[in-house]
Design a binder for this molecule. Sequence first.
Ligand SMILES: Nc1ncnc2c1ncn2[C@@H]1O[C@H](COP(=O)(O)OP(=O)(O)OP(=O)(O)O)[C@@H](O)[C@H]1O
Length: 229
Amino acid sequence: MNVIECKNLQKEFEGDGTTTVAVNNVNLSFHKGEFTAVIGTSGSGKSTLLSLIGTLDKPSKGKITYDNEEILKKGKNKIADFRFQEIGFIFQQFHLLPTLTALENVLTPLFSRKVPYDKVERAKEVLKQVGLLDKMNALPSQLSGGQQQRVAIARAIVHKPSWLLADEPTGNLDTETGAKIYDLLKELNEQVGCGVLFVTHDPVLAAKANRIITMKDGNVLSDKVGATI
Ligand SMILES: Nc1ncnc2c1ncn2[C@@H]1O[C@H](COP(=O)(O)OP(=O)(O)OP(=O)(O)O)[C@@H](O)[C@H]1O
């Protein structure tokens, strides 16, 4: 997938007689291989924007096109297939299954999917990529926070998505471990060519991205070229 376009994108939440406009008339394009940081105060709409782009939620108004195709107009199964083919997610809470080993956790997206490669070999390959092949038989409880996030990253890339959507992936990690996770995402972006959309509260990490989008109250406040271009 080469281009994601958000056109007049709007997401509203109703509750207690009030309406919250989480994403307000956002127009943005993302191009293949970009590494973009999204920053903004708490409640500014960053996670909502990521969920919409990741097809986890539907907009109230406006649309998102993926290479000019409006995927959200399709049925549930088609949307799930699209997500499997194109998108990997990483979250602040690693969301690993506690009773599965690192290797088994990485394999979970491939369960019940037909793929043209050996699943276990592929899972080992990505664990090696994130530097954790020696921990493949460990349970999440036997891993540090940084290592658990590496497993989560391996799981996010095992199905070879063209985009990685990361919602505060360093939020639960100390500064040094967070910087290493950031570097790993940058490395994957450069080596595998995955586009990365990276939500963070950390201005130091955001400043290292190719592009920095700042959100406020659901609006895009600024969209700037980052330091590394
Ligand atoms: N499911 C929901 N129901 C009702 N309101 C919601 C829901 N999800 C988000 N909101 C509201 O939408 C706004 C944007 O929330 P969002 O989580 O996208 O912000 P954020 O920038 O990611 O915040 P944070 O940095 O704290 O994670 C907030 O006012 C939030 O309360």
